[in-house]
Write a protein of this length. Structure first.
Lengths: 552, 69
């Protein structure tokens, strides 16, 4: 049997012949490469996501359709035309059906129920059933090398296309306004319009061509495909919240490569010589770009994750610290009340208010009194820490003479110092009156604390208290210098922290909470001053300086 | 109510019913894909191997007309 061919030269490698208009290669190759590349990128970024898989299937069907279209333009073999045409008739409604499933899954995160699936399959069945028959394609018109379409190809496929598009529109109108999350709503709306424009561009040209018998129109619709595919890819990527920057860079690179790459197929020899190195260069540059964007993305992600963890930890720490302060406050109040009673009764007993004491009982009662006094001081420290940390420490500011108050404190504590075999010396080097604006009670407490510490940590020698000022800097200083155990530089650094005590404190058997200096420093800070510590080293004595702003 | 009774007595629970629904859809699609493959194979065999289709040779008619002239 003699084989009849269409009246033009045969195609080389299925896609090229003199019958193919240049525009077909541009519109089809760019569209199909872009659609496939974008779908593959989306799929490779998240292969387990059903939407990514469906998008890949959708783009593959479209790309096969576009490839068959080029074959149809190029070939002069009627058999290839009939087969390719039949395949196109099958693939087009299948693409629309997949588009429907894609949109449904994008919206509902599940497939439609069985009855809807069955309905779709039943609708597609006539198409599949009559595919090889004349009900689909009647004959081939040799002069144009085109199939004469039967009722299935001419009417039923387009009916299915319109039906699926209508279903997508109905789904969109029903579901989109109900989405509450703005991010998801934007993404789904974008996807909806991307998909609709894709399908419209796909089908409108074919429907017009089918009825006008002018198939040059169908090629124009495909020009929009890369854009619509990009819109859909973007919304899928955004929706899945992964590597937007990386996917964006990849899409940019692939689009560039596709545009340059398509020149290799269609242009003259000279153009190919220029296009080939450009293609290789754009691929290499693109690879580097994508790699750097990916690295930056990973680092940024890690940084964001760590920041979030840090913020959470910070909030937790603050909450724990607040709870601790509250606990200390409650516990201290509970402890203070019975202690007052203990101290009071011990004092009454010592003063023999309940009758004469046996000589053996005097010393134990004195110990009870001293210990309860120490305990009361410790509790006061805890309470002060709790007040400072909860921001409840109240300061009643007024003008008073720091020099006079310091001298009073020295006088009050001198008796205690003498008991320890120490001398307290008081000196002043003032060029001003020594008036400051602060809380008098708190300031006295600070000076007391410094002198008390000096007494505690000095076994022999003197404690010198000097009040001096610096009119130019508008500062007044109280130096408390002792000849005690001294401190190393490391100890000085940690001295004003909570529960911090001198390393050699235990060697001189000194009791203390390690809170006194912390409280004094915080109080001084709150009144615009500070406390500094100096020491030449262990065993070389120490100097503590309280600095306060001077009222001129 | 009816759905609940059906679910309880025939499918034990709604979960199983969903599972059955999911499986029937899967089976449906697998059968349909096989059907499509069969149809494509038939088209391939008919068009490309047997070349069994009508050709309206309007080119030949045109050529004949020219010769007559």
């Amino acid at each position: 049997m003699e084989i009849i061919y269409c009246p033009w030269e045969p195609a080389t490698n299925l896609f090229s012949s003199s019958n193919v208009p240049l525009l077909i290669h541009y519109s089809h190759f760019i569209a199909l490469f872009s659609a496939m590349a974008i779908a593959l990128l989306v799929f490779l970024n998240n292969p387990k996501e059903t939407v990514s898989r469906l998008f890949l299937l959708f783009s593959t069907l479209f790309s096969v359709w576009a490839l068959l279209d080029i074959v149809l333009w190029a070939t002069n073999d009627p058999a290839i035309v009939m087969f390719s045409w039949a395949m196109q008739v099958l693939i087009e409604p299948l693409t629309f059906a997949v588009a429907f499933f894609l949109f449904f899954f994008h919206l509902y995160k599940k497939f439609p129920k069985f009855s809807i699936n069955l309905g779709i399959v039943l609708l597609l069945t006539p198409l599949v059933l009559f595919l090889p028959t004349q009900i689909n394609l009647e004959s081939l018109l040799l002069s144009a090398c085109e199939s004469v379409e039967g009722p299935i190809a001419k009417y039923y496929t387009y009916f299915l296309n319109v039906l699926f598009m209508a279903s997508i529109i109905i789904l969109g109108i029903r579901k989109l306004p109900k989405i509450t999350s703005p991010k998801q709503k934007n993404s789904s709306t974008l996807f909806f319009f991307g998909l609709l424009t894709f399908l419209l561009a796909f089908t409108s040209g074919n429907i017009i061509s089918s009825f006008t018998d002018d198939w040059t129109i169908s090629q124009y619709g495909l020009f929009g495909m890369p854009i619509f595919a990009s819109i859909m890819a973007y919304s899928i990527v955004r929706h899945s919240a992964f590597r937007i920057q990386v996917a964006g860079a990849q899409i940019l690179v692939v689009t560039l490569a596709v545009f340059v790459g398509s020149l290799l197929f269609v242009e003259t020899e000279l153009m190919r010589l220029v296009a080939a190195p450009t293609f290789i260069f754009s691929l290499a540059a693109g690879f580097l770009l994508v790699r750097s964007v990916r690295q930056e993305f990973i680092q940024k992600n890690q940084l964001e994750e760590l920041t979030t963890q840090l913020e959470k930890a910070n909030v937790r720490l603050k909450a724990v610290d607040k709870q601790k302060s509250e606990f200390v406050s409650i516990a201290s109040h509970q402890l203070r009340s019975p202690l007052t009673a203990i101290r009071g009764y011990a004092s009454l007993l010592r003063e023999e208010s309940f009758g004469k004491l046996p000589p053996k009982a005097i010393e134990p009662i004195q110990r009870i009194e001293e210990s309860s006094k120490l305990m009361a001081l410790a509790i006061e420290d805890y309470l002060n820490v709790s007040r400072i940390e909860s921001g409840n420490m109240k300061y009643h500011l007024s003008d008073f003479n720091l020099r006079d108050e310091t001298e009073h404190v020295c006088d009050d504590m001198r008796a205690d110092a003498i008991k320890h075999g120490l001398v307290i010396l008081f000196r002043t080097h003032l060029s001003s009156t020594g008036i400051i604006h602060a809380d008098i009670g708190k300031t006295i407490q600070i000076v007391q604390n410094l002198i008390h510490n000096a007494v505690k940590y000095t076994q022999e020698g003197t404690i010198t208290v000097v009040v001096r000022d610096d009119r130019q800097r508008k500062k007044i200083f109280v130096d408390v210098t002792d000849t005690g155990i001294g401190m190393s530089q490391d100890t000085i650094h940690a001295l004003f922290q909570k529960f911090s005590r001198a390393e050699n404190a235990n060697s001189v058997n000194i009791l203390g909470t390690g809170l006194g200096l912390y409280v004094a420093d915080k109080m001084a800070e709150a009144m615009g001053g500070d406390i500094e510590a100096y020491s030449q080293g262990d065993g070389k004595g120490s100097r503590f300086t309280l600095t306060m702003p001077l009222e001129m | 109510m009816y759905d609940e009774i059906v679910a309880r007595y025939f499918y034990k629970d709604v979960y199983s019913m969903n599972k059955i629904n999911k499986h029937s859809s899967k089976i449906l699609f697998v059968v349909f894909i096989l059907f499509i493959i069969l149809s494509i194979s038939a088209t391939y065999y008919k068009m490309l191997v047997l070349r069994d289709f009508v050709i309206i040779n309007d080119v030949a008619l045109e050529v004949d007309n020219t010769q007559e002239e």
